[in-house]
Design a protein around this ligand. Sequence first.
Ligand code: NDP
Length: 244
Amino acid sequence: MPMLGFGTWQLRGNKAREAVRVALETGYRHLDTATMYGNEVQVGQAIRDSGVPRSEVFVTTKLPPERAGRERETLEASLRDLDTDYVDLWLIHWPPPAARLRPTWRAFQALRDEGLVRDIGVSNYSLAQLDDVSADSGEMPSVNQIRWSPSEHDPEVLAGHGERGVVLEGYSGLKGTSLQGPVLTSIAAAHGVSVAQVVLRWHLEHGIVVIPKSSRPERIRSNFDLFGFSLTADEVARIDALTL
Ligand code: NDP
């Protein structure tokens, strides 16, 4: 799973198709969509437009919790819309009601075992909910996609994922924290990069998968340009301390 992906929430229609095409042209090889985003058709078209082989792109989509109980038909619709035989990662978008928590995860296991998805995970689950489905099924979700940014940084939650062997994938990483604050702007100036690049690089320094969304080609490109600099341990600690 590439550590840096392209988020697609709120990108619809041709805007989605064009943004994803630019992302693939830029070098992103990890796309994050969901049934709920209503753009799986455009994501599939953009993969085809790009000429990048399907096998080189890591595609994540998500089951809306209200479709719990209808996992198969929902996944088949995603595959049809994305025009692909499999997705790389399928997530339960939010925890379903308590009575459906375990059966939904078991349904995910069954469809993964059939080969329709390569790997399965969850989103917006607490550590207790991860433990609950794992105790029932004998299998921890591979990934938990949760809201994360400097002001939402929680070392205990991060460590809890590590202890369980669950990949923490952060979302809304650019939205959750002011990009105008003095700590971030001074670190960005020291490296000659943008504040957004500092925030995204900070996720990577912590081993957190990050999936920025943008509709603007110049931002799509700069958000991917994270590998020409790194943050010092002191800079990482100063950003960690932005937790509210
Ligand atoms: P992001 O943190 O990716 O922020 C996106 C916003 O930041 C947009 O308004 C964008 O505007 C702006 N932006 C992008 N790049 C820059 C930049 N370089 N400088 C300044 N502003 C910038 O938020 P998202 O909520 O979109 O989260 C990322 C992805 O995570 C989603 O797209 C989705 O795939 C996933 N997600 C998952 C959820 C879940 O429940 N599992 C919930 C929410 C998101 P513009 O487009 O104009 O550039």
